[in-house]
Design a protein around this ligand. Structure first.
Ligand code: FAD
Ligand code: MLT
Ligand code: ZN
Length: 466
């Protein structure tokens, strides 16, 4: 279990009793999972790097049921772990101890879609890819896309403020989410499910829940502004001889492609090696130290193609294959053993220096040190692999990686959140006063601390008592 690897002590929440399970069964008959084998996958994260020991998964279908569950847990002082598609990469989606798992898997209904405004209102458990398919039929798309789209839920995306592959074009969820419905720790429902582009009435409370990783409330419904489906999408894949060339190409690209540029992603040769080896994908271009994937999305195919062709000697047609090379790096890395993941925002000019410095620092003690990410957003994914987890390797990586990032005024979590694994490092990116204010918000909204305890905000160092 997680608590053996990380020194963390169980907080004095109540322990689950038979009468609790019976009460939940009465609330939502047939949607209470307690058989050990069935609960198991909900206890382990996507990376298989952390594991909790919850005995119960609850699958509400409505906001009223979420309210009833939380009211009950609040009164009984039972801790709760909200869970969407369980694709989170920082250990936030699974319990640390025996927290009850509140899954949004059955909250998967579209509530409304307005074709004039492009505003979608849906329950939090809708799978991102299903929403995108639903919208595409009507000439729209979701404003975000990520490799985990087939499993992640829109509520989980909002709770992590996921970035992904379209942020460069459509911006962050902080701009596209127009409203949220949230159930607070004591069971009260907060209806901020607005569908307005403009609304300056008081504080924008929904922003507090975007990126709060299930620690302030359970998101039950989302209202989100969706763009028109672009009529012309082109993808190109290029090899670059150096990282300097990756940057130079980005500058040229922005100048020549302007408003139609929708993604500028990069990966190094190590990443290519791994997707080729483990996923049997093949590079469409000659071997190079770096690769970039460029996507354009516009409304006039002839015009866009012409623009792209002016920029490139050859624009590749088979976009799906090209995107797989980039999107499936995460999956390829898991075949290499244990993955130490870092998700860093940096000024683009310095972005790859962290990879080369880390490679030099770790030498033979790491199997791979790779870099890829959303270059257009200044977001590096530095990943280090080893045959298995080792504490000494972790000590060689951390806090070095965070100190390095702080020296460049970067962020130690660009888009994945802090979850369980990164929460103790928040001070590298936020001043003490900001962390204290966050703790005050948490105490106000969740006075008993039952919602996703041990996550996002730092706790005092403790000795393990597992
Ligand atoms: P979960 O993993 O279930 O939960 C994540 C966090 O949100 C947890 O803290 C959980 O408690 C909380 N949570 C979930 N649902 C709710 C809710 N309804 N209310 C309150 N809290 C809730 N991230 C990016 O930003 N960009 C990427 O490009 C990207 N690509 C990925 C590719 C792969 C292959 C994988 C595996 C992950 C990727 N991620 C990426 C990580 C990303 O955080 C998630 O995929 C996604 O946003 C999480 O959604 P989920 O439904 O799986 O949430
Ligand atoms: C990505 O951009 O591929 C995701 O954020 C997942 C990862 O960092 O591996
Ligand atoms: Zn990413």
């Amino acid at each position: 279990p997680t608590c053996e690897r990380y020194a963390v002590r169980r907080l004095p929440f109540a322990r689950l009793e038979e009468r609790d399970v019976a009460a939940f069964e009465r609330l939502m008959p047939g949607r209470v999972v307690s058989a050990e084998e069935e609960v198991k996958p909900f206890n382990v994260d996507w990376l298989k790097s952390v594991r909790g020991c919850s005995q119960l998964v609850l699958k509400p279908q409505t906001t009223a049921e979420v309210s009833q569950v939380l009211r009950y847990c609040y009164e009984r002082n039972l801790a709760v772990n909200p869970q969407g598609g369980n694709t989170g990469l920082v250990g936030g989606s699974v319990p640390v101890f025996d927290e009850i798992i509140l899954s949004t898997a059955l909250m998967n209904q579209v509530i409304s879609f307005d074709k004039v405004s492009g505003i979608l209102v849906c329950q939090a458990g809708c799978v991102l890819e299903r929403l995108n398919e639903y919208l595409e039929e009507q000439g729209f798309i979701m404003p975000l896309d990520l490799g985990a789209k087939g499993s992640c839920h829109i509520g989980g995306n909002v709770a992590t403020n996921a970035g992904g592959l379209r942020l460069l074009r459509y911006g962050s969820l902080r701009g596209t989410v127009l409203g949220l419905e949230v159930v607070l720790a004591d069971g009260s429902a907060l209806d901020c499910l607005m569908s307005l582009r403009k609304d300056n009435t008081g504080y924008d409370l929904k922003q507090l829940f975007i990126g709060s990783e299930g620690t302030l409330g359970v998101i039950t419904a989302v209202s989100i502004l969706c763009p028109q489906k672009p009529k012309a999408v082109n993808v190109a894949f290029l090899g670059c001889p150096s990282f300097a060339k990756v940057l130079e190409t980005f500058t040229t690209c922005r100048a020549m492609l302007g408003e139609i540029l929708s993604a500028y992603e990069f990966m190094d040769e190590k990443c290519m090696e791994l997707v080729e080896r483990h996923l049997k994908l093949s590079s469409p271009v000659a071997d190079s130290p770096f690769y970039v994937l460029i996507e354009t999305s516009g409304s006039n195919s002839t015009h866009d193609e012409e623009k792209l062709n002016n920029f490139l000697e050859q624009a590749m047609a088979s976009g799906m294959v090209l995107w797989s090379l980039r999107e499936r790096i995460t999956e390829a890395l898991t075949h290499e053993g244990y993955v130490y993941k870092y998700d860093i925002s940096l000024p683009v000019a310095k972005l790859y220096n962290l990879v080369t410095d880390m490679r030099a620092r770790l030498g033979q003690s790491a199997k791979n040190v790779v870099g890829y990410g959303h270059l257009g957003d200044g977001n590096l994914h530095l990943n280090i692999t080893a045959e298995s987890y080792s504490h000494s390797l972790l000590d060689a990586i951390e806090p070095f990686v965070y100190e390095w990032t702080a020296r460049c005024s970067g962020s130690i979590s660009a888009e994945h959140g802090l979850g369980f694994k990164k929460k103790q490092f928040i001070q590298y990116s936020k001043p003490r006063e900001a962390v204290v204010l966050m703790q005050q918000f948490k105490a106000m909204l969740d006075p008993k601390g039952i919602l996703n305890p041990y996550k996002t905000l730092p706790s005092a160092p403790e000795r393990s008592t597992c």
